[in-house]
Design a protein around this ligand. Structure first.
Ligand code: C5P
Length: 222
């Protein structure tokens, strides 16, 4: 019998550093990684392409049912407009239900025969994988997250300087945080057994070292 995959669940708000951490842990251990936000972003794109109404839960669920694994690497999903639409439709129970099996299958049977999975999102430790081997809740102060995202966007768009777009990014992020945290379905909350990692004053290497210590301790547990 093959051994049960080791599952690392990482949750946290936008630009908290959870994505970078998830990618580094997956590379370090040779685990498969799923950025679950991409599923919601892909659903949002389908809805937009279908000219569906974001206020219609049925249309949003139909869009979520169209999501396929092979579209998740599309760079178009990285846009902030898609993120805003994703955060609007991710409050619908039907949308979340449509995307749940994919995430659970990924954890139970990681692709390419990987012996573990790293999944990051908002509700991985609370709803998707409540029995994960280790749960991390990665966060940072709103101002700092907005600064990081503004810098990232200005590099990607190669135009506006970070200071000029920061105000808009801050506003978008504040609204998205509120929507993600206050919704009835799978809100962004720290699972009781999740380790809190505040990345506010840390760089990516320091965050990785802290997480590695926590994961190593969990791997040693019988
Ligand atoms: O993580 P990312 O910013 O790509 O996620 C986009 C949106 O998808 C989030 O703002 C959130 O509303 C939704 N999401 C979610 N549950 C997840 C991952 C993402 O509701 N597990």
């Amino acid at each position: 019998m093959t051994e049960k995959p080791f599952v690392i669940a990482i949750d946290g708000p936008a630009a908290s550093g959870k994505g970078t951490l998830a990618a580094r842990l997956a590379a370090h251990y040779g685990y498969a990684r799923l950025d679950s936000g991409k599923l919601y972003r892909a659903a949002a794109r389908h809805l937009r392409d279908m000219a569906g109404d974001p206020d219609d839960p049925g249309a949003a669920e139909a869009a979520a049912r169209r999501v396929r694994a092979d579209e998740l690497d599309d760079p178009e999903l990285a846009g902030d407009d898609i993120a805003v639409l994703a955060s609007r439709i991710s409050s619908y129970a039907g949308v979340r239900a449509a995307l749940l099996a994919f995430q659970r299958d990924f954890a139970a049977t990681p692709p390419k025969g990987a012996v573990g999975a790293v999944i990051d999102g908002r509700d991985i430790g609370t709803v998707v994988c409540p029995a994960a081997d280790i749960k991390l809740f990665v966060t940072a102060a709103l101002e700092i997250r907005a600064e990081r995202r503004a810098r990232e966007l200005s590099e990607r768009l190669r135009e506006a300087d970070p200071a000029s777009i920061k105000a808009r990014v801050l506003q978008d992020m504040r609204e998205r945080d509120a929507r993600d945290s206050e919704r009835a379905q799978s809100p962004l909350i720290r699972a009781e057994d999740a380790h809190l990692v505040d990345t506010s004053g840390l760089d990516a290497d320091q965050v990785f070292e802290i997480a590695l210590g926590l994961v190593e301790a969990a791997r040693r547990r019988p």
